[in-house]
Design a protein around this ligand. Structure first.
Ligand code: SF4
Length: 373
């Protein structure tokens, strides 16, 4: 047993320490306690109080070595550090904060299966992540216990999918599905592929960013058999585009996985146009499509990390015309209560007349578009 890792965690990921791969050893050596964090970083009083509170809260700390190596050890305002080191403000509930902002518990149609749209659903295959992001929408349940979900536990969800062939697209999430052993992940994918109506599978994962060694040839060979699989990853800052994470994305792309990226807009992390432009351009160079720029969900205790909606709109305006379409994600608000995602952005319409719409162009010049007769 590696210090800092509990017995239940070993059982949850299902790995046998004697046979574990490099990525599993890396995961086991993640920093998980306030004391371990204080040995690695010069913590502010605010961070130390936050880390101690996190240990008691049920929303744990985990920072694997690769991601920790990106953190500025002396600067509490480091954009990587703000994502993963708890602050005392996590205990503060701001206006509009919700424990379950997307109403996932109300949309749970079978154990571990959430359905908020007609054609797609979300299967929570584990509650474990390689890293615990302090802004996580599912902070109410990730790292909370239970670990990898067994096929027995997932059977009612699979029965539901069989009985609802209108669901075509299944997102494996959690927790992070790539923290499961390859064997467990393959067993789940095989069971999902046994549901004939499921056309596409998506893996929602931060592993390429925080634990890139996990994206190895063994994993790719195992997953390739279940194509079409899309990988939905989650880079928030250009400093995360390391040689290791870049190589992980390129391996995924080379193995035929379309890779899409969600970026969460976060105060003190990426809420400026130059940072986002550098991130989105860097992703496109790796063949990763910047897909959504997400307005942070109003999760309890994240007010210090969220930006006003107007900030995101102003950033989109600054990026529009400066980045090519393939590098420009949609700005999305996932409406509270789980009522669905809505795109938001600057309004370019100046007036609407009889078959004539006047636009403000990205160059600032007004121009008419005339409808056909
Ligand atoms: S990796 Fe994803 S699910 Fe896990 S804590 Fe971060 S945002 Fe939440």
């Amino acid at each position: 047993m590696v210090p800092g890792r509990s017995l239940p965690e070993a059982a949850a990921t299902g790995d046998d320490p004697a046979r574990s791969a490099g990525w599993q050893r890396e995961l086991r050596s993640a920093v998980r306690t306030a004391d371990a964090l204080a040995k690695e970083l010069r913590l502010s009083d605010d961070e130390l109080a936050g880390a101690r509170a996190a240990e008691r809260s049920g929303f744990p700390i985990a920072i694997p070595p690769h991601y920790l190596s990106l953190v500025d050890r002396d600067d509490p305002n480091c954009p990587i550090r703000r994502q993963i080191v708890p602050r005392a403000a996590e205990q503060h509930i701001s206006r509009g904060d919700l424990r379950d902002p997307l109403g996932e518990e109300a949309h749970e149609v079978a154990p571990e299966l959430i359905r908020r749209y007609p054609d797609r659903a979300l299967l929570l295959v584990t509650d474990r992540c390689a890293v615990y992001c302090r802004f996580c929408t599912r902070s109410r349940m990730v790292g909370g216990g239970g670990g990898a979900r067994s096929l027995v536990k997932l059977a009612p969800a699979l029965d539901y999918l069989r009985a609802h062939p209108e669901v075509k697209d299944l997102i494996l999430s959690g927790g992070d599905p790539l923290t499961l052993t390859t064997e467990k992940l393959v067993a789940i994918l095989r069971a999902v592929r046994d549901v004939p109506s499921i056309e596409t599978i998506r893996l929602a994962t931060r592993v390429p960013v925080v634990l890139p060694s996990r994206i190895d040839e063994t994993l790719l060979a195992a997953l390739r058999r279940f194509h079409p699989i899309w990988v939905m990853t989650h880079f928030n800052h250009p400093r995360e585009l390391t040689p290791e994470s870049s190589a992980a994305c390129e391996r995924l792309a080379d193995a035929g996985f379309p890779v899409m990226n969600h970026t969460v807009l976060l105060r003190g992390v990426n809420a400026d146009a130059a940072t986002l432009a550098e991130l989105f351009r860097g992703l496109v160079r790796l063949r990763v499509r910047p897909y959504y720029l997400l307005q942070a969900d109003p999760v309890s205790g994240t007010g210090h990390l969220r930006t006003p909606l107007a900030t995101g709109v102003a950033l989109m305006e600054a990026l529009q015309g400066r980045l090519s379409g393939i590098a420009l994600p949609k700005l999305i608000v996932d409406t509270p209560g789980g009522l669905g995602k809505v795109p938001v952005g600057p309004d370019y319409v100046v007036s609407r007349g009889d078959g004539v719409t006047r636009f403000r162009s990205p160059r600032g010049v007004e121009v008419d578009y005339v409808d056909p007769e």
